[in-house]
Design a protein around this ligand. Sequence first.
Ligand code: ZN
Length: 295
Amino acid sequence: MEILETVEKYGTQAKCVAYLEQKRWGDTPICPYCESEKTTNRKDVLRHKCQGCNHSFSVLVGTIMEATKLPLPKWFAAMCLILNAKKGISSLQLSRDIGVNKNTGWYLQKRIRQAMDDNDSILKGIVETDESYIGGSLSNKHLDNKTQYHKSGMEHKIPVLGMLQRKGKIVVKILNKAWGKEIQPIMKQVIAKESELVTDGFGGYNDLGEHYREHVILNHSKQIRRIGEYHTNTIEGFWSLLKRAIIGQYHKITPEHLQDYINEIAFKYNHRHHENTFDILIDRCLRVNVPLTRK
Ligand SMILES: [Zn+2]
């Protein structure tokens, strides 16, 4: 969605709340505390009062936007800007574009990236799995600048594991160390047992044939890159996309935020054929993961 369209459609708090309510509840608001459908709409404060448990609630309860002091039109504009920036937007740029201070911009970006997390997907069918390394090569012009060097924190290569369902989604996880002990439990969680796994000959994938319906191992060192429909070209394509995106952002990403950044790139990749990623992102922002208890 274009930024102008977002501003026009969701330019006021009331418009944003109406849209979120429709998405979350349809026509009947449900109390997030006791699940009662008997509620009274308090339009003046954009909240509802539950007749069952007497609590007052807004559509934001339990979502990443709960307790935000920032007007929702700014959240919506931020989501739009983040989605439209192919390689990502710096949090400083984001703050300038929506008129908030840099801490708020940073916080917004962090929360929105967390909502972009596609990592609870279960993959099946043919699943290409590959490990890669991010960062590690600093360009020479920064070598004389030690502060920058340490600040970036990415002077060491960070191992990542990517799992990609053919014609489906990719899930990418940062690793502490690229070895079977860490890789295999993650794979078993993400990739369904009935899948056909395709990997290279890396030892970290050893013995996975016992767990999966099929494990096709391509011996890249012997130049075997494809056996029939089994290859890892799709995930290798994703790695080059990710690395190209990261080059421009290199000094702005620290290892602790790398997973969030990767989530953003993976989310855009996973939903690249959808017409309205904004709608999907809004759904994600409304996802309530935490059990609700009244403080
Ligand atoms: Zn209630």
